[in-house]
Design a protein around this ligand. Structure first.
Ligand SMILES: Nc1ncnc2c1ncn2[C@@H]1O[C@H](COP(=O)(O)OP(=O)(O)OP(=O)(O)O)[C@@H](O)[C@H]1O
Ligand code: SF4
Ligand SMILES: [Mg+2]
Length: 326
């Protein structure tokens, strides 16, 4: 059987991203979507990646998987430099990594039956025996909580958003990957079924020994699923730290504003501040120095002159700020 149970979690870095840069040429201009991001994810860990729309989260996720080749920087996966790989070597390595998208319905081919959609990665990987493929499809659909006999012969439009996301998760799991980038996997789903899908991802993570990069703009979701959290603003990381610690004692003014803006269930308790006013500046012409300075209540001259680098501010917690809150 191809689907195996989890290896034990260790602190070894499965993913090591070093100074990653992604730029999109748009006419004569350049969009600085990701500007020198470094991070590590340990085997078995979930790293949450948060930040406002357009800050570069999806670009970073896609560049890590080499679906968009980075402009500069390195991505080491299990010690192998993906950025230096081409052709067959990269294709083989790609079997070990997967991507789950935000819009499950749009990411399923509407004209293909579910059985064929879920089996497709096996076909591409060269599993030629149809009986073997069928067996693996049945196993993985069962694992994600669907009845294979009721599902394989039907088309995507016959399923709800939540069911489609289960199908996408099955397709992502079928080659028994080690690492999955989950790009806003529950954002397009009804609130009522988000928890089910998050629980499913958590269960699959334990069962198949997965390591996750979990992208979301919803901090509450990220807090619920992540071991550590990385906060991104306009193409750069502001802060990285253990989830509980970062939420309890944020060091970066932007992280603090995001946390204060999380809706509270009690209607009598109002957030003291909201997310920073106005739109973030354009990534075509990011501000000098600290990119957050145009919206930061603590900004001074140094923040315009000098770009802050990530540095340790508490055990395991890193901040890129000249005037951190702790
Ligand atoms: N193919 C592209 N060509 C040009 N610019 C792009 C392209 N893809 C993304 N961008 C720009 O790069 C920046 C980062 O986009 P990206 O989609 O990575 O952000 P995001 O954080 O995932 O946002 P969202 O939360 O809305 O999904 C944005 O300014 C976006 O407009
Ligand atoms: S470096 Fe300056 S502008 Fe940037 S977050 Fe810190 S205080 Fe604010
Ligand atoms: Mg995105």
């Amino acid at each position: 059987m191809m689907l195996q149970s989890a290896p034990s979690v260790s602190s070894e870095a499965l993913l090591d991203v070093d100074n990653l840069v992604v730029e999109y040429p748009v006419g004569a201009k350049i969009v600085h979507a990701v500007s020198g991001v470094s991070l590590q994810i340990a085997r078995g860990e979930t790293l949450g990646l948060v930040g406002e729309s357009g800050c570069g989260k999806s670009t970073l996720g896609r560049a890590v998987l080499q679906l968009r080749r980075p402009t500069a920087g390195r991505v080491l996966f299990d010690g192998h430099d993906l950025t230096a790989m081409q052709g067959d070597a990269l294709r083989l390595m790609r079997r070990r990594v997967q991507l789950i998208f935000q819009d499950p319905i749009a990411s399923l081919n509407p004209r293909r039956k579910i059985g064929d959609i879920v089996a497709e990665p096996l076909v591409i990987a060269g599993v030629k025996d149809p009986e073997k493929r069928k067996q693996l499809v049945h196993e993985v659909l069962t694992a994600v909580g669907l009845d294979p006999t009721l599902v394989v012969g039907r088309l995507p439009h016959e399923f709800s958003g939540g069911q489609c996301q289960r199908i996408c998760i099955a397709r992502a799991l079928i080659l028994n990957p080690e690492f999955i980038v989950c790009d806003e996997p529950v954002s397009a789903l009804d609130v009522s079924i988000r928890a089910q899908i998050l629980n499913l991802l958590e269960e699959m993570k334990g069962r198949f020994g997965l390591t996750l990069l979990f992208i979301a703009h919803d901090l509450a979701v990220v807090k619920a699923v992540s071991d550590r959290v990385a906060v991104m603003y306009l193409g750069r990381l502001c802060e990285v730290g253990p989830s509980e610690q970062l939420f309890a004692r944020p060091a970066h003014p932007y992280t603090a504003l995001l946390i204060e803006a999380i809706p509270v269930p009690d209607p009598d308790v109002r957030p003291t501040e909201t997310v920073p006013v106005g739109e973030p500046p354009s990534p075509i012409a990011p501000p000098s120095g600290c990119r957050f300075r145009t919206r930061c209540p603590r900004a001074d001259q140094r923040c315009s002159d000098e770009m802050p680098e990530l540095r340790v501010v508490a055990p395991g917690q890193f901040v890129a700020c000249h005037h951190p809150l702790i």
